[in-house]
Design a binder for this molecule. Structure first.
Ligand code: NAP
Length: 278
């Protein structure tokens, strides 16, 4: 089996149940890679899924067909560029119009345009910042209004271990991913204050409104396909657990943070990286 084997691993797929029945989850970049695994994981507990993507209609169609065969819960797909504030607001509106509510937002869509600092163009910098960081801001802003009104919700941002460690050739990516830490903590503080002001913070039956970030290490998805073998060898040598992560291993942590019972966890950064950042 190659290091980039992309088949779904049933051993780490969450057990089937109904803990998220009635919840609606929007997962950006939800039709491929880590996002698709997150959609499956949330659906396995009964969540209705809205999966975002930017342009790959074929992958979106295939994902939707496979999902429909696998799960009884419904799914919608939403095409749009998270690097565009208007598309972010429209997507949130579309999801609420389609499903009547939005309980869980997973800001997962992300891109890389790798170049060393001296070779990086203005566009290389801004495109990555727009998609990876501004996208999470504009989607969260629109979702927060709706969630705060209802007094409950979950936002999970998908950052990266590179946001904690930096990486040669990834100044734009690393900056965008560390930017998510500050965004997460500020959103968490503001969300709690909003709930406090509306008297919903201490509701004993409430599940609260929490915002967290996860930092995956190197995960076997198409995003890593362009990495030369020699560089991959070097990467693997830096991972104490000696292998790439699986998308399902990221999905299960997102799932945990999205659960009702995780209501006392907010503003936190969760590492899932095979021990890379020790
Ligand atoms: N793979 C890793 O090793 C790794 C490690 C740490 C963190 N991460 C982070 O995890 C997240 C998912 O990564 P992945 O490896 O699963 O990526 P991937 O396989 O390349 O999939 C990316 C997904 O994001 C969507 N997307 C890309 N640009 C978009 C845009 N401008 N607007 C809306 N959607 C857009 C893509 O849509 P289309 O299908 O239409 O192109 C696709 O569904 C990213 O934020 C990435 O930075 C990944």
């Amino acid at each position: 089996m190659g290091v980039l084997d992309l088949t779904c691993d049933d051993n780490v797929t969450t057990r089937v149940g109904n803990k998220l029945k009635g919840r609606v989850a929007l997962v950006t970049g939800g039709t491929r890679g880590i996002g698709a695994a997150i959609c499956r994981s949330l659906a396995s507990q009964g969540a209705v899924i809205a999966a975002g993507y930017s342009g790959n209609d074929q992958a979106a169609g295939e994902f939707r067909d496979a999902f429909t065969q696998e799960y009884s819960t419904s799914i919608s797909t939403h095409k749009g560029n998270v690097g565009d504030p208007g598309d972010c607001r429209r997507t949130i509106d579309d999801v609420i119009a389609t499903h009547g509510r939005l309980d869980i937002l997973v800001n997962n869509a992300g891109i890389t345009i790798d170049k060393t600092v001296l070779k990086m163009s203005d566009d290389d910098w801004y495109n990555v910042l727009n998609v990876n960081l501004s996208g999470a801001f504009f989607l969260s802003q629109a979702a927060l209004r709706h969630m705060a009104e209802r007094g409950s919700g979950r936002i999970v941002n998908v950052s990266s271990v590179i946001g904690e460690m930096g990486n040669i050739g990834q100044a734009n990516y690393a900056a965008s991913k560390s930017g998510l830490f500050g965004l997460t903590k500020t959103l968490a503080r503001e969300a709690s204050r909003m709930l406090a002001r509306s008297g919903k913070l201490t509701d004993p039956d409430g599940i609260g409104l929490t915002i967290n970030t996860i930092t995956p290490g190197f995960i076997a998805t198409e995003m890593l396909e362009h990495i030369p073998d020699k560089v991959m060898e070097q990467i693997l040598s830096q991972i104490p657990l000696g292998r790439l992560g699986k998308p399902e291993e990221i999905a299960r942590v997102v799932h945990f943070l999205a659960a009702d019972a995780s209501s006392y966890i907010t503003g936190q950064v969760w590492g899932v990286n095979g021990g890379m950042d020790m």
